[in-house]
Design a protein around this ligand. Structure first.
Ligand code: GDP
Length: 401
């Protein structure tokens, strides 16, 4: 009897051991391989630990009612926001043009420090002797004011300092400010004309030597106009420089202005013509035409720009021909200005890169040279770093107020 019981116990233990081995061997098969494997590892969801609420099983019946809905039963379901990806990048809102020069005055003050502050320091010397006046003259010449305007200014300053009873710092600053503003021609009309005709948009042609910042300025000007509530079409008539049309188009796209362009090396005049045609068709306010500025020969330039101008004028007169000059090129810029002025009737000057030179006096010199006002100035590479030129704000930035 004991033997029988023992045999049964042994048999039971044996069965138990065998089944335990099978289970454990099955479990091992389910474990992920520990060795690095090239197949992606899928991490199973973590099992709830002690103290954690297991996820409640979904109420299938409720889901069906809510998701499918019953006829005649309105189940309030919160509307998920629909995000529609814009196909075109969102348009930028350019900065308003009013007050731009004030915003950019720090850049101007920094670059023109030696001109404005230098003059003021020299004028404030106790003893305004001949040497000091010579230094004042040198300061003006170094800043590219030009010989004739420099002599005029020194003359007037000497005269006024003589008759001025007291020489307080405020008095001298006011005097210098007044004389510099006078030299800048406060009476010039500096409006960029874009009115156009009754049925035609305003047409502005932008000319200048390549590298001066012509395309950038055309793009920035489009922003100025858009900021003022005008609609713009761009004409990429600089077919000489490979990237110019792409560059202009990018500027346009940022503010919603269409760009008319042609093949590289194509005929600039026909692109300019088409741009104005597009402007008329769209009912745009302004068409801006970027041109190529190869100064290979004057005849070549004259032929090209003359043709663009003539062809565009078949639609109506041009409102504005803006000459872009790089302020950092100094006297060379004046030479360029002279050449362009002989080829086309420049109606306004855009002086770029004034943030990168101490030679702000070029504003005075170039206006004298051409008898045409500086209408806009470039003070950086940022999209809204183009400001309408205001003599008062310009001088204030130079000498502080
Ligand atoms: P384009 O060949 O005359 O059309 O010249 P771009 O428009 O391509 O400009 C030439 C370079 O001058 C670019 O790197 C511009 O970012 C830069 N540039 C244009 N205007 C200004 C300006 O006012 N300040 C500075 N610092 N750079 C400028």
């Amino acid at each position: 009897m004991d033997i029988v019981i023992l045999a049964v116990v042994i048999a039971l233990v044996a069965v138990g051991l065998i089944s335990g081995l099978v289970v454990s061997s099955r479990k091992k098969k389910q474990l992920p391989p520990s060795a690095p494997s090239s197949t992606p590892t899928i991490t199973p969801p973590a099992e709830p630990r002690v103290g954690e609420e297991p996820e409640a099983p979904r109420d299938e019946a409720r889901r069906t009612i809510e998701e499918v809905g019953l006829p005649g039963t309105e189940v309030p379901v919160e509307e998920a926001p629909v995000v529609v990806e814009p196909e075109i990048p969102a348009l930028e809102v350019p900065e308003p043009t009013a007050g731009r020069l004030v915003r950019l005055r720090a850049r101007l003050a920094r670059s023109q420090n030696s001109l404005g502050k230098g003059l003021l320091t020299l004028l404030s010397r106790d003893n305004l002797d001949e040497d000091t006046w010579e230094e004042i003259e040198d300061t003006l010449l170094t800043a590219d004011v030009g010989v004739a305007p420099t002599q005029e200014l020194v003359e007037r300053l000497r005269e006024r300092v003589r008759v001025l009873g007291t020489r307080t710092p405020e008095g001298l600053r006011a005097l210098l400010r007044e004389e510099l503003v006078t030299l800048l021609g406060p009476d010039f009309d500096r409006t960029v004309r874009t009115e156009g005709g009754e049925e035609t948009p305003g047409v502005v042609m932008v000319v200048g030597v390549n590298g001066t910042g012509k395309t950038t300025t055309t793009g920035k000007l489009a922003r100025v106009l858009v900021a003022d509530g005008r609609s713009v079409v761009l004409g990429a008539a600089d077919t000489f420089r490979a990237a110019a049309a792409d560059q202009l188009q990018t500027w346009g796209e940022r503010v919603g202005a269409r760009t008319v362009r042609g093949p590289e090396g194509g005929d600039p005049a026909s692109i300019a013509f088409d741009a104005v045609k597009e402007g008329i068709a769209e009912g745009a306010d302004v068409v801006l035409i970027d041109t190529a500025g190869r100064l290979h020969t004057k005849t070549g330039l004259m032929d090209e720009l003359g043709k663009v101008k003539r062809v565009v004028e078949k639609h109506g007169p041009l409102d504005e021909i803006l000459l872009v000059l790089d302020a950092t090129t100094g006297q060379n810029g004046l030479v360029q200005a002279r050449v362009f002025a002989e080829v086309v009737d420049i109606s306004g000057i855009v002086l770029t890169k004034l943030d990168g030179t101490a030679k702000g006096g070029i504003v005075i010199a170039v206006q004298r040279e051409l008898g045409v006002p500086v209408k806009l100035i470039g003070l950086g590479e940022g999209p809204d770093d183009l400001a309408p030129f205001e003599p008062g704000a310009f001088v204030d930035a130079l000498i502080g107020d």
